[in-house]
Design a protein around this ligand. Structure first.
Ligand code: PLZ
Length: 468
């Protein structure tokens, strides 16, 4: 299976941790190679993992227990000197690559100038610059306003606050398999109990869940418009359009399994929400900023949401999120109603400006489409040989396979986990997701080279063979 360039999984070629002192400098200058010098995790990572257990709360999970020392381009380098291919981007965050030069430069410059004033106390330019960019890049050419926050969940919470304030209505609609965060309101909006909600209730009320469009799992094929009408029927009967403040939806489900709705689903929901004064909120926290081959996933079908939440890819790894939307909706909130101590922190804003400049200069939307072609081709090739792959789906650099049983349909999370674990052992960072935990998702940095990506998928192919 392809060229396997890793050294060995169990025999260290160089002693662990003997990489040169400059090895902590990350960024695209790091050798873009898969290099295994110890087993994964190596002894130094294992030592640190034990220490982690003594100090870090057990509730905080770990996908792959290697401790990272530097990262850049398409690789993560661990404390044992292993260089791993990154097919996760820290969950769709470092699309521009880790320690991306423009991000580092802007951050350093900003850190030297000032680190914090609180925008609500004394404002500064970089916050306004980010809002201006968001107005320009997000779907629709209407007049827009933005407010900045720290995390994705916080952006979703604020989108709901704005929608309720504007409409004077309280109900919030979300869809099956949705993921919107881990705060109390966003847990209520998230579909999956384990691990996100179990034991953490009671949850916020006035949140209503409706069916979505999940082409692979429809009992009989239905169109996007039909799937939308099924959801609309529930909303009209069980909630009532006049009581509904907003419909919050991920244009492609993220944690829920990289489910791409059938064409026509989102446009039909857009039509219905507009007709009933319901605020349509697109949660583009995972799909945004070139990930799917467009600036935002809504662009694909020309859907213009009223509000859009962004985070993750916006700032090259620094914590920043935003709500952007129609000026009349955003400006309906009373002065002082939105904010937070750190929201739109100047260092995070500077990072966002560096990240956005990189996306523009390097045409990362175009690159995401190329990655989609390459990865999609590889995955379809693997699926031909492995009937346990029930579905290959996604868009751009947000691709996934759904792993199923012999019946071609029942979720097989154990096999998905085994494939992922094999990839990890061979120095490729992969992630799983999905309501049933049976989806392998691929979110490479958009700056990864074709060679490294190809090698990563050689390992993924090998993983399916090895776990057959
Ligand atoms: N909305 C669509 O994907 C975050 C969650 C990882 P925060 N997804 C990764 C985990 O297990 O916690 C996400 C998302 C969508 C909202 C969020 C929440 O963003 O920045 O994690 O709060």
């Amino acid at each position: 299976m392809g060229t396997v360039t890793f050294t060995s999984t169990d025999t260290p070629v160089t002693a662990p941790g003997t990489a040169p002192a400059s090895s902590t400098a990350g960024g695209p200058g790091l050798p873009q190679e898969r290099r295994l010098v110890t087993a994964i995790p190596g002894p130094r990572s294992q030592e640190r993992f034990e220490r982690r257990g003594r100090h870090v709360a057990a509730g905080v999970g770990t996908t792959l227990p290697v401790f990272v020392e530097s990262a850049g381009g398409g690789v993560l380098v661990d404390v044992d000197g292993n260089s791993l291919i990154d097919l996760g981007s820290g969950i769709a965050v470092v699309g521009v690559g880790n320690a991306a030069p423009h991000v580092v430069d802007r951050v350093v410059e900003q850190v030297r100038a000032f680190t914090h004033t609180c925008f609500m106390v004394t404002p500064y330019d970089v916050y306004v610059d980010v809002c201006e960019q968001l107005g320009e890049l997000t779907p629709g050419d209407h007049d827009k306003r933005s407010a900045l926050f720290n995390s994705g969940a916080e952006a979703v919470e604020n989108a709901v606050k704005v929608a309720r304030s504007y409409t004077g209505r309280s109900a919030v609609a979300v869809v099956d398999h949705a993921y919107h965060g881990r705060t109390n309101l966003t847990m209520a909006m998230t579909a999956k109990s384990m691990p996100y909600k179990h034991g953490f209730g009671p949850f916020a009320n006035e949140v209503y869940r409706v069916p979505t469009s999940y082409p692979f799992r429809e009992p009989t094929a239905i169109s996007g418009e039909q799937a939308a009408d099924r959801a609309i029927d529930v909303l009209e009967k069980q909630v009532g359009a006049t009581d509904l403040a907003c419909l919050v939806i991920e244009p492609i489900l993220g944690e829920g399994g990289f489910v791409v709705p059938a064409d026509g689903f989102l446009p039909r929901l857009r039509e219905w929400t507009a007709a009933h004064g319901v605020v349509l909120v697109a949660d583009e926290i995972q799909t945004g900023f070139c990930r799917t081959g467009d600036w935002f996933a809504c662009d694909h079908e020309g859907v213009v949401p009223d509000l859009i939440t962004t985070a993750k890819g916006i700032a090259g790894g620094l914590p920043l999120s935003a709500v952007t939307g129609r000026a009349e909706i955003m400006d309906s909130v009373h002065n002082g109603g939105l904010g937070g101590t750190y929201g739109g922190n100047p260092v995070a804003c500077a990072a966002a400006l560096g990240a956005i400049a990189t996306m523009r200069e390097d045409n990362l939307c175009g690159r995401a489409r190329e990655i989609g072609e390459l990865v999609g081709g590889r995955l379809r090739g693997i699926a031909e040989r492995h009937p346990c792959i029930g579905d290959v789906r996604g868009r751009g650099a947000m691709m996934a396979v759904e792993v199923v049983d012999e019946d071609g349909r029942s979720p097989h999370p154990v096999r998905a986990a085994a494939v992922s674990a094999y990839c990890h052992s061979q120095g490729v960072v992969t992630l799983t997701c999905g309501t049933y935990g049976n989806v392998l998702r691929f979110l490479p940095p958009l700056v990864i080279s074709d060679a490294l990506l190809g090698e990563g998928f050689d390992v993924v192919a090998e993983a399916f063979d090895a776990t057959a």
